[in-house]
Design a protein around this ligand. Structure first.
Ligand code: PMP
Length: 290
């Protein structure tokens, strides 16, 4: 296994509350509300040739996620876009992953923290393929119902169940967990949306209690452009038996074929291959634009 270099022991530049600071100086106090009470939202973005794919959509989603947790990110989407570009330029890797994060600070401890400052940081680093030869297993937990959590927010707290599920899947030798929703329908993995190819048509769960991913929406557009029928609907886990191909989408995952789900095995078929190519072409075009 590759040696782990902790994220706090790296070098580079991080944008923190309006300023570019040295990577190792981008610290926060242990008594930060975001740490104790998960009053924290984040984004995951990818830059190709120095340009973030769908940058403004990501910046806006950070702001919207904060609103769902009851706080205002103190920057506009345009300001976040500019800050992101500055960080990427400063760190010098044109193909990188970008992590914006916004959290309540250390002004107040306790469930109520109305007067806490909202902090924002943006970091970028080189990060290759998220999944390789992806296999999934049924997750330990289900996605919570929309009346039990702000499910449309990319809120740090919602990832607590994702990490537990992913660790449990890894312990069983799988790459990730496949989460069902609170009704028992297929939902997503712990970090990507899922698609099933059944007899040439593309089926994907209706995103009514989980993130309607930016990559998901892009891939649906690409598939429709190719003339594929795309059906968004509630999908029962038993329907995995009828699928000939399965793939997942996400900023980190891009378009990744799923090779197995528990004891079901899948080929990397023509539809998945086409969409991998189309998504790659799209991001390559972005990289090539001035
Ligand atoms: N679901 C979850 C739980 C995720 O973490 C992500 C990654 N942000 C996605 C779906 C895919 O979203 P996007 O395509 O916007 O990255």
């Amino acid at each position: 296994m590759a040696e782990i270099i902790p994220f706090d022991a790296r070098d580079g530049t991080i944008w923190l509350n309006g300023e570019l600071v040295a990577w190792r100086d981008a610290t926060l106090h242990v008594l930060s509300h975001g740490l104790h009470y998960a009053s924290c939202v984040f984004e995951g973005e990818r830059a190709y040739g120095g340009k973030v794919f769908k940058l403004t959509e990501h910046s806006q989603r950070l702001i919207d996620s904060g609103k769902l947790l009851g706080f205002d990110v103190p920057y506009t989407a345009a300001e976040l876009d500019a800050a992101t570009r500055a960080v990427i330029a400063e760190n010098g890797a044109p193909d990188c992953y970008v992590r914006p994060v916004a959290w309540r600070g250390s002004e107040q401890m306790g469930v109520s923290a109305q007067k806490s400052k909202i902090n924002v940081a943006i970091a970028s680093w080189e990060w290759g393929a998220y999944y390789s030869d992806l296999t999934l297993t049924r997750a330990l937990y289900q996605r919570p119902a929309p009346n039990t959590a702000p499910v449309k927010s990319k809120a740090a707290g919602l990832y607590m169940i994702c990490t537990i599920c992913k660790h449990a899947a890894e312990a069983k030798g799988f790459g990730d967990a496949l989460m069902l929703d609170y009704r028992g329908y297929l939902a997503e993995t712990t970090g990507a949306n899922i698609f099933l190819v059944i007899d040439g048509a593309i089926h994907t769960p209706t995103p009514d209690c989980f993130l309607d991913g930016i990559t998901r929406r892009t891939v649906i557009e690409l598939a429709k452009k190719r003339g594929y029928e795309v059906i968004e609907r509630h999908i029962m886990p038993e329907e995995l038996d009828q699928a000939q191909e399965i793939f997942v989408t996400g900023t980190a995952a891009e378009v990744t074929p799923v090779r197995a789900i528990d004891d079901r095995h899948y080929q990397v078929g023509a539809v998945t291959g086409q969409l991998i190519d189309d998504f790659r072409a799209l991001t390559r075009t972005l990289a090539a634009t001035a």
